[in-house]
Design a protein around this ligand. Structure first.
Ligand SMILES: [Ca+2]
Length: 269
């Protein structure tokens, strides 16, 4: 079995352990504007919003990870956010322009039975460093997880980008049985209050944030730069809890998987 298939299968097999971890481990220690910015970015307004989860959002340890509590107020300055996940088309231009190593899945997709890369699908099989390098090349940056969550949930603490009820027709997750990415923007009814799309499902998205406990968490751990936060779940995961925007997913920064993608943010000058 190839390393790539092993990696993905290990991840899938490992999901019960993730849930077990969430269950058993102590914490490791619109007023929304829809202005269109450069490169089809949308303006996310600055200010306070509801971040994180509590027991009202689901059973702690099952639907709500121990690392996602408590629910708290956070605040970010206004910023630009990509409306869509970064797609293969522009990522290919980045690779050509810079000589950056392309995702290995571009070469071996046939071997593993994956669909051929298509320009309007999100780029996947990228690690944190790839994502950061692309955003820098594009004159942007990765969003923090605070920015990502505000762009996905707005200010009112909703559970999903469109509201409080999970509706599987609004996103691409394992539940939809597509078993792969969809072209970005395929679920316009799944947009967030700011008009940002695919914030639940499709490609899971790297943020710039280092994994650490939230303020007021029952227990804290020291931040570790080796781990970065991904958000939003993916085509290969059940929607609940993984694609719920408050769900945190931490992985080694150098890890690439066939469902790891990203989008970029940008400061307002
Ligand atoms: Ca996504």
């Amino acid at each position: 079995m190839s390393l790539k298939v092993q990696r993905f299968k290990c991840w899938r097999v490992g999901r019960p352990f993730l849930l077990l971890t969430l269950l058993t481990l102590q914490p490791f220690n619109l007023s929304a504007a829809k202005a269109v910015g450069p490169d089809d970015m949308v303006l996310v307004s600055g200010g306070e919003f509801v971040m994180g989860s509590d027991s009202n959002d689901g059973k702690i340890g099952f639907e709500v990870g121990m690392d996602s509590i408590p629910k708290h107020k956070a605040s970010v300055p206004a910023f630009w956010m990509d409306r869509y996940e970064v797609t293969i088309g522009p990522y290919r231009k980045f690779v050509t322009a810079t000589g950056h190593e392309p995702p290995s899945i571009w070469k071996d997709y046939k071997e593993f039975g994956y669909p051929a890369p298509e320009d309007n699908h999100p780029v996947i099989d990228v690690n944190f460093n790839d994502a950061e390098a692309y955003c820098r090349w594009a004159g942007k940056r990765l969003p923090t997880e605070e920015e990502w969550e505000k762009a996905a949930r707005g200010t009112d603490g909703r559970l999903w980008p469109w509201g409080n009820q999970l509706e599987l027709k609004r996103l691409n997750t394992e539940d939809s049985k597509r078993n792969w990415t969809t072209p970005v923007g395929s679920f316009p009814d799944g947009a967030s209050p700011y008009g940002v799309q695919d914030m639940a499902g499709n490609a899971m998205e790297w943020t710039s944030s280092i994994f650490q406990s939230y303020p007021g968490a029952p227990k804290t751990i020291a931040p570790d730069k080796k781990f970065r936060i991904l958000r939003g779940g993916s085509w290969g995961m059940p929607a609940n809890p993984f694609a719920r925007p408050a769900h945190r997913h931490f992985r080694l920064a150098e890890l690439a998987q066939p469902d790891f993608g990203f989008r970029c943010a940008k400061d307002i000058k």
